[in-house]
Design a protein around this ligand. Sequence first.
Ligand code: HEM
Length: 191
Amino acid sequence: MDRAWWWGVFLGCALPLLALVLWAATGDLGANPIETVVRHLGDWALRLLILTLALTPLRHLTGSSRPVRYRRMIGLWAFAYVCLHVLAYVVVDIGLHLPTLIDDLTKRPYIMVGMAGVLTLIPLAATSTKGMIKRLGGRRWQRLHQLVYAAGILGAVHYLLMVKADITEPLVYIGLLVLLYGIRVGRWVAR
Ligand code: HEM
């Protein structure tokens, strides 16, 4: 049963990537394929990041510990989507052109904020193994992993700063993050 759940969650996380590969193979990436790829990967990075944050409140709500068992896997998938998103932009979109990258990093606030999000995620991915949890100690590890909230907010603000017209979607993500953070703070205060 556990194995079936593991595979279900794994395939669920892999599905957006498989869809992208399928669209690329069938020439279904639309009029601007590079933009479609960068945006699709960014969307799923953010969605999975938010899902990771929703798992603990879900455990409190349902009383089942099952959701949190897959937190590490979903978190690592989110990180994989972030890496692919950045790679698609740096390699495919701007063709590894360093001056453009430096220009974007210094002049486009949404790229700066996105980069700050990536930088907060790196220590989390690097300490995601059982060995690292042991080495850091549970409390320190937990404190460090609260950075995931910052990464989520930075990812959503990066999206908000990027869009020029309809800001509904990034606002929904920011609202969800505020709600999830609020639930956490509420429980902490109640304790
Ligand atoms: C935590 C890290 C990040 C997350 C969660 C994230 C997420 C997103 C999201 C949700 C979008 C909008 C997708 C849409 O329009 O549907 C986006 C767009 C984009 N992101 Fe990121 N991103 C991150 C970091 C970065 C970094 C570091 C870079 C560049 C170095 C970057 C470059 C871009 C670009 C170029 C776009 C599309 C802009 C356009 O099409 O006009 N992102 N990202």
